[in-house]
Design a protein around this ligand. Structure first.
Ligand code: M6R
Length: 607
């Protein structure tokens, strides 16, 4: 994880670096730091915790200079501390790093043989020390950086800054993304183009193994073999404005509230007004030619895939496998050329998902991704990238991206059903009509905010919470539990309702709240039986259902959350709202850091 930036500018670098780091803080917020070269002298400032602490430090202890590098950290090696914060400096070189140097122990041992000691617990310090070692042996800064990069194994995006060199940054990419921004006699480096959005829209993406030498007026890129490489400079459309919270207290609250609008946008872009058929732009994707779908993702995106499995199987009669990317990539699953490999990722930068995608290259019929960031690595490396149109999502807990992922995946399943002739025209039209009505139903669900806050107040006193669901509600039960644990730090698990009696029911007592997600659908009665089993053991049930479901099953429950009626296929999208709001209000009641919960980062770019 971590975010890195670099600037060779015409103005003071520190405020530019801090502003760019703000846009990268979603990658980690354990510490932040910058280094600059001022009249040839290399200096640095670092602070533990969020970026605001570094900003405060710079007010009292400014760091002048028009060239610099910066870093926001998600700790991998070594606790979050000033000492372990980047940039790491060894004599005349400072380095910022995103990724993991896997052979750092071996490199440390080698440096130790030369009598070189260490001040930090990080893998990155090794990079700085090794570069310094090569500089001492007489190599130039560029040669020393390149020779160091040659020795590194693992994943990295790196930027080097040198004492005495105020017009030079060396950068490198392997396994972690890196973008170079072109300004007017200025040059920039960033972990992603969004970090550079206010500075430039002219971006060159480094490719795997690339290393780059930047001055204010030149960019030279070499590939891993050391040959000069031509990388396209693109003009990209970027959202300059950093999203603000509007009237909301947290980004998460704002993003939950935005769902009717962004889901409408996602639906409109794949199901144009008046059409009952899904239209995928710029692709000849034909599901009738495919035998199987393999879906891979992490976290919330994985739960979106698990939901989509029900849709593809039920609507398109298509066999589907769903995998967690970190398992898939090392399992060596056989992929045939009649398999569609589908990757779902909000950020489009999740390291495990990207690695899984690369595993499928050359094996699957096509690589398709469902992403929120169209310029991301996963989007760029796919044959077909389908944007979800959720807009920038800042809250670490994914909300609107999830419902937009679900909407796009449902439309993809409908396209598969149309291609394979498994749904009639009327059935397709019925789904299309329900989808078009979804944004307004989401609005009605949001109106339940106050009732949900009341239930959350009670949840905030619990130590453990169970979420139950059956069929399409089962993946949502797991997503609801993930939301709750990541922002409120309450232990929560999601279970298939019918699975409870095979073990987890032993946990039920009068202290255990159990959230039951149960629209009045074909499996409602079964779910209610499982809910009765919970109540018979004094478990406290929060029943989330519609009018019919609540009328039938509310006797003896702790509280109810009322949802509008919905087409059964769309229920997981609608019921996401109470799951998200429950987690949100519980976290607010507990006073946790809702948008930036401890230990997490928005984009997980390490294994
Ligand atoms: O950017 P991605 O969708 O690939 O991220 C996947 C997960 O890291 C992400 O969904 C994570 O689980 C969220 N914190 C969940 O709210």
């Amino acid at each position: 994880m971590c975010g890195i930036v670099g600037v060779l500018g015409q103005h003071e670098a520190a405020p530019i670096l801090v502003e760019a780091l703000k846009r990268l803080e979603y990658r980690g917020y354990d510490s932040a730091g910058i280094a600059t070269v001022n009249s040839g002298a290399l200096g640095r400032r670092r602070a533990v915790g969020k970026l605001v602490n570094l900003s405060d430090l710079l007010v009292h202890d400014p760091l002048p200079g028009k060239s610099g590098i910066g870093h926001t950290r998600w700790a991998t090696h070594g606790a979050p501390s000033v000492n372990n914060a980047h940039p790491h400096k060894a004599g005349p070189v400072a380095v910022v790093h995103n990724g993991i140097v896997e052979n750092y122990r071996e490199l440390r041992a080698e440096l130790a043989e030369h009598g070189i000691g260490f001040e930090t617990e990080t893998d990155t310090e090794t990079v700085a020390l090794m570069t310094e070692h090569f500089l001492k042996s007489g190599l130039s800064p560029i040669e020393a950086a390149f020779k160091t990069i040659d020795r590194l194994q693992g994943a990295f995006a790196l930027a080097f800054l040198f004492d005495g060199q105020d017009d030079l940054i060396v950068a490198a990419r392997k396994g972690s993304p890196l973008a170079i921004g072109h300004g007017d006699s200025e040059m920039f480096v960033g972990s992603d183009a969004i970090a550079l959005a206010p500075l430039t829209n002219k971006i060159t993406y480094l490719e795997e193994g690339d290393r780059a030498v930047l001055t204010r007026t030149s960019l030279e890129i070499r590939n891993e073999a050391g040959e000069l490489a031509n990388r396209e400079m693109r003009k990209i459309k970027l959202d300059h404005a950093r999203a603000d919270k509007g009237e909301h207290k947290h980004f998460m609250a704002k993003e939950i509230a935005e769902q009717p609008i962004v889901v409408a946008e996602a639906i409109r872009s794949y199901m144009p007004t008046g059409a009952d058929q899904v239209v995928l732009p710029d692709t000849d994707l034909d599901f009738s030619k495919l035998d199987r779908l393999t879906m891979v993702a992490c976290g919330t995106a994985f739960y979106a895939c698990l939901t989509a499995k029900y849709w593809f199987e039920q609507l398109a009669k298509m066999p589907v496998e769903v995998d967690i990317a970190s398992e898939f990539r090392y399992r060596e699953p056989p992929i045939t050329d009649r398999t569609l490999a589908l990757f779902v990722s909000q950020s489009g930068e999740t390291a495990d998902t990207l690695a899984a995608l690369r595993y499928c290259e050359g094996k699957a019929d096509k690589i398709v991704s469902v992403v929120n960031v169209p310029e991301s690595s996963i989007a760029r490396e796919s044959d077909v990238a389908l944007p979800i149109h959720a807009g920038v999502e800042i809250g670490v807990a994914s909300t609107k991206a999830f419902t937009c992922q679900l909407s796009v995946l449902l439309m993809l399943a409908l396209k598969a059903a149309a291609d394979r002739g498994t749904l009639s025209d009327e059935e397709l039209a019925d789904h299309a009509a329900a989808l078009r009505g979804l944004p307004s139903v989401l609005n009605t669900a949001l109106d339940q905010n106050r009732a949900i806050r009341k239930s959350a107040q009670r949840l905030s006193e619990a130590r453990d919470v169970l979420f139950l669901g059956r069929g399409l509600m089962y993946p949502l039960a797991m997503e609801g539990a993930l939301k709750l644990k990541e922002i409120s730090y309450i232990h929560a698990e999601g279970y298939a309702s019918g699975e409870l009696k095979h073990g987890p029911i032993a946990l039920i007592d009068k202290h255990m709240p159990v959230v039951v997600m149960a629209p009045r659908d074909a499996v409602f009665d079964k779910t209610v039986s499982n809910m009765q089993e919970v109540m018979a053991r004094k478990g406290k049930v929060i029943l989330v259902s519609d009018d019919d479901g609540i009328a039938e099953a509310e006797d003896g429950v702790w509280s109810t959350i009322r949802m509008p009626h919905i087409h059964p296929s769309l229920a997981p999208i609608l019921y996401s709202v109470p799951a998200q709001l429950l987690a949100y209000h519980t976290a607010v009641a507990k006073g946790t850091d809702v948008d930036q919960p401890r230990n997490l980062a928005k984009s997980v770019t390490v294994e």
